[in-house]
Ligand binder design. Sequence first.
Ligand code: NI
Length: 150
Amino acid sequence: MAIRNICLIGDEVLRKKSRPVAEIDARVVSLLDDMAETLHASNGVGLAAPQVGVLRRCVVIDMGTGLMKLVNPEIIDSQGEHIVEEGCLSIPNRRGSVKRPEQVTVRTLDEKGVERLIDAQGELAKCLCHEIDHLDGILFIDRAVKVQEG
Ligand code: NI
């Protein structure tokens, strides 16, 4: 495992669309492990592969209740709407108020290639939306109704 460099805003890689993972091979397993280590070293809650410069549809999330490794995650249902506050490891020192669904259902593969459905609300729903946006080159500041320093 290794800690990878986190790409910062201004880096073109953050604006590109990531490719789906066709096969969870050793490279993908190692990418997910490195992303988890990088996430924990940064005290973040979520990290998407483009943030470490890799345009593959991989996400790691750890809200303090256990690490989740997601491959090819997609939102298949969402309900409600509310304004939440977000930050991003790729956009230091900025926070924003963003309109997000209150609840989402995400279909994903886990690191073993097993399909999972995640029903999420609150902080986890917010994090899933934020990280899946990264896979399409979308940053929270694009959706923010307000952005502030700090
Ligand atoms: Ni982010």
